[in-house]
Structure formats: structure tokens, C-alpha cells
Design a protein. Structure first.
Length: 263
């Protein structure tokens, strides 16, 4: 746990980037470490939801550690460590298209470049009022290649997205909320309670229903509506034949809280 803190509390995984001295930016070793933790979260049947954040109150993540990248680029070619992102993408998350457990981004400050790209890969974003979000890569001769150039135009109106991507301008947390990119904005002191509200509401739902919902919603985005309605999804198939599909109606009829098992 050199660059992150990975904690399991009941059904919830908390992954915190612990590099506040560089605004929680990520270099290759941190990317690899996070990829391993996301692998663990995906594989652990006891974990139903994850929260991603950065340490401190200044930054969620400033994205790629450009100082590290510059230092590595000065090394002889045969001595350079690989800068290729892990299989899960930047932060082990941005290219992880088969993770149907919900992930919440707790944006406690700047979410820039790869930091915003990680947040965009989450399902819910809760931001502190002082947070700023942006994809400033063109100002560094780069592009938001960890899916940012693809996700932001899908999560914002096109002209709004292009106005920020082509200029590198930041969005305030409030502006991101008004544009529909952020679910909630709160003072930093209230951030944890807002995040926990989402966590607890998710845990009140049947986990297989949550995963089936996420899978169907994302995988059908590129389909015409009629095709989406005819499509078959793995987690929905599992849900239909699960114990929880019986438990939900039974608990309702018996006027009690359901006992979800995820089976």
C-alpha cells in the first residue's frame, strides 16, 4: 500500500490515493497498485459498492504525474520503466468496461486530466464546493486519452464538453452540477455524509439488481431503443434466477426489510 489506501468496511470498499504531495497524481507504480485493488474489488463477492477519493482537501487527483513522466523520458531507452497503463486503464479504472458493481467518486478537490477521467469512469460523482474539474491535456501537448475525450461528450452537452476540452478550461463544481456532470455538490465538511447517503441507498437495493441495471444502462447506450429492449444481459439473467428475486417480493408482502444475499 505504497501509494493508495484500500479498506474494506462491510460491503463497501474505499480506495484512497495517498500522494497529496503531488496532488494525488499517479505515476506508473501507483497505476499498477490501483489496478490490483480494482481487481480485488471486482472479484470479492462480499463487496457491493466502492468509493474512490484522494487524500487531503486539495485534490481528488491531478491526473498523470508529469514530473515522473519527464524524469523517465530523460533516461536511456533501455533503462526506462514502462509508462503503459495497466489493463484496467488509468488508475486501473478507465478501461474497465466489465465492472458492474457501482463506484462513487468522492471529489474532494481538483479532478484534472486523468483525475477527471477516473471520475468520469465512476457511476456517481459527489464533489466538494471548492473542487474544479477539467481536461487540460492540450495545454501540455497531450489529449485526454484515458477515455476522457470519449466520456465527457457523452456526459455533458456536446458544445459544453468541446468548449472545455478544446481550451483546457476548468469547470467549477457548481457548474459541473448545473451541467449534469456531478450528482451533488456539498461543503467539504458534509462530503462524507452525502457520499454515505448514496452508499446506504445502494446497499438497500438488491446487489444483482444494481449490477443488472448498470450493465444494461451502459451496454445499451450505443443501441437503438428497440434493440436495447431486445438485448440480453448477463447480470439480468443472473438476477432473474436468483434467490434475491424471490426475497424482494416476499419481504414486501411480509412488510419487512429484505435480506439480500447476492445469490
Amino acid at each position: 500500500m505504497a501509494f493508495c489506501r484500500y479498506e474494506k468496511k462491510g460491503r463497501v470498499a474505499y480506495l484512497t490515493i495517498t500522494r497529496p504531495e503531488v496532488m494525488n497524481s499517479l505515476h506508473a507504480p501507483a497505476n499498477a497498485e490501483m489496478n490490483d485493488y480494482w481487481d480485488d474489488f471486482a472479484a470479492d463477492d462480499g463487496l457491493w459498492v466502492a468509493v474512490l477519493t484522494g487524500e487531503g482537501d486539495r485534490a481528488f487527483s491531478a491526473g498523470n504525474d508529469l514530473k515522473y513522466t519527464a524524469e523517465v523520458s530523460r533516461l536511456p531507452a533501455d533503462q526506462r520503466p514502462s509508462l503503459r497503463p495497466p489493463s484496467g486503464g488509468f488508475g486501473g479504472l478507465t478501461s474497465r468496461f466489465d465492472l458492474f458493481k457501482p463506484v462513487i467518486a468522492r471529489v474532494n478537490g481538483f479532478a484534472l486530466g486523468g483525475g477527471l477521467e477516473m471520475a468520469l469512469a465512476c457511476d456517481i460523482i459527489v464533489a466538494a464546493g471548492h473542487a474544479e474539474l477539467g481536461l487540460p491535456e492540450p495545454r501540455r501537448g497531450l489529449i485526454a486519452g484515458a477515455m476522457g475525450v470519449h466520456r465527457l461528450p457523452r456526459q455533458l452537452p456536446l458544445k459544453v464538453a468541446m468548449g472545455h476540452m478544446l481550451t483546457g478550461r476548468h469547470l467549477t463544481a457548481q457548474r459541473a452540477y448545473e451541467a449534469g456532470l456531478v450528482n451533488d455538490v456539498a461543503p467539504l465538511a458534509d462530503l462524507d455524509s452525502i457520499v454515505d447517503g448514496y452508499v446506504q441507498d445502494i446497499l438497500r437495493c438488491a446487489p444483482l439488481s444494481v449490477r443488472a441495471t448498470k450493465e444494461a444502462a451502459y451496454q445499451a447506450l450505443a443501441l437503438p431503443l428497440a434493440e436495447a429492449g431486445r438485448a440480453r444481459f448477463e447480470w439480468e439473467t443472473r438476477r432473474r434466477t436468483s434467490e434475491d428475486a424471490i426475497e424482494g417480493p416476499r419481504a414486501f408482502a411480509e412488510k419487512r426489510a429484505p435480506n439480500w444475499t447476492g445469490r
